[in-house]
Design a protein around this ligand. Structure first.
Ligand code: XIL
Length: 338
């Protein structure tokens, strides 16, 4: 595929009515897996021709990167970071603190509060320090809130208390003062109770002077239901009033299988309006999909009977959603990559 999503310099953006909007770049990224990068040449080529940012899909999660208390396993994530850097791509680090994909030694350790704080500190200093200057953005804390917007009663909350979130951001900032630090969550893209809770959480962090730079909007949409573009933009705007960036961090659209043409067109529309929302808002510079090809999507294993969630099909052919993003990006996108 010669066309490229790449970096956008939005020189032709204008709002309806002829008022020029803020011109800004949007990085177009994808979650990637180290195994696919190592074994699949078509995957590698499609990635480097079309994307300007990558996120390790699993390789920086705690169970992979610190499988034992005294062992750090940087190999898989290093392979992705090296690939990205050698192809001029930026890296989003994902993720430092989460309730899921933690190793048994951590979740079954029965640590005291002081011990767990020391473990958290060591993990963040070691991982962020290892990638200092190489990871542009970190998802520091992932999904601290449950679906109803309450703090999850995970190991971090139960042993350390809610201040684990402040600590994680402070540790990450100390380890790499130049990295942009994000709070990342799901189901908080449009306006609603969950995004209200995210707003309150990050407003509190800002109020306490915690070094947070942005909010990641995962954007895992199921079926043909997503937030409206207006709702997504309004949420981006209110986070902007706190002085925060926003990033679309994990977008995919799970469809009932087999996906027919109308479903693929609706999927394209949902991808399109999320990118348009990001392009409209001056605090959104990052748009990342959660894998770019249905060949390696997590959806069929997480949600049986669903799939076809990504921009390219399992044979690596671009789907309607790819062409919609390309159209949204405008004529300047393909001069910057490929
Ligand atoms: C998913 C991966 O894609 C899967 O391969 C893994 O088995 C489970 O995790 N929200 C997140 C991501 O923040 O880390 C998750 O990734 C998807 C949901």
């Amino acid at each position: 595929m010669a066309v490229a999503l790449g970096l956008l310099v939005c020189t032709s953006c204008s709002a309806s009515g002829g008022t020029a909007t803020t011109h800004h770049r949007v990085l177009i990224g994808s979650a990637v897996s180290e195994a696919a990068l190592a074994n699949d040449a078509t995957y590698r080529a499609t990635l480097e021709n079309n994307f300007s940012m990558v996120t390790p899909e699993n390789e920086m999660k705690w169970d992979t990167i610190q499988p034992n208390p005294t062992t750090y396993n940087f190999g898989p994530a290093d392979a992705i970071v090296t690939f990205a850097r050698s192809h001029g791509m930026e890296v989003r680090g994902h993720t430092l603190v989460w309730h899921d994909q933690n190793p048994p030694w951590l979740t079954n350790g029965h640590f005291t509060r002081d011990q767990l704080i020391a473990i958290l500190r060591d993990h963040i200093f070691t991982v962020v320090g290892h990638y200092r200057g190489q990871v542009a953005q970190w998802d520091v804390v992932n999904e601290a809130l449950d679906d109803s917007g309450r703090l999850r009663h995970d190991i971090w909350y139960q042993v350390i208390g809610p201040s684990y979130i402040d600590m994680a951001f402070r540790f990450a900032h100390a380890a790499d003062p130049k990295a942009k630090l994000f709070y990342n969550d799901t189901g908080a893209e449009g306006l609603g109770p969950k995004s209200d809770a995210v707003y309150r959480l990050v407003a509190g962090l800002k109020h306490r002077g915690v070094p947070i730079d942005g909010v990641g909007l995962q954007s895992h949409f199921v079926g043909l239901v997503g937030p409206s573009q207006a709702g997504a933009e309004a949420n981006m705007v209110r986070l902007g009033t706190l002085g925060l960036q926003v990033a679309v961090t994990e977008m995919d659209v799970a469809l009932v299988l087999p996906a027919d043409s109308p479903a693929l067109r609706t999927e394209a529309r949902i991808y399109g309006y999320m990118l348009s929302a990001c392009q409209q808002e001056p605090n959104c510079h990052t748009f990342v999909v959660w894998e770019f090809t249905d060949k390696y999507s997590w959806i069929p294993s997480a949600m049986p009977d669903f799939g076809a969630a990504d921009l390219f099909d399992a044979s690596m052919h671009p789907k309607p959603a790819f062409f919609t993003l390309l159209q949204d990006l405008g004529p300047h996108s393909d001069s910057l990559r490929g």
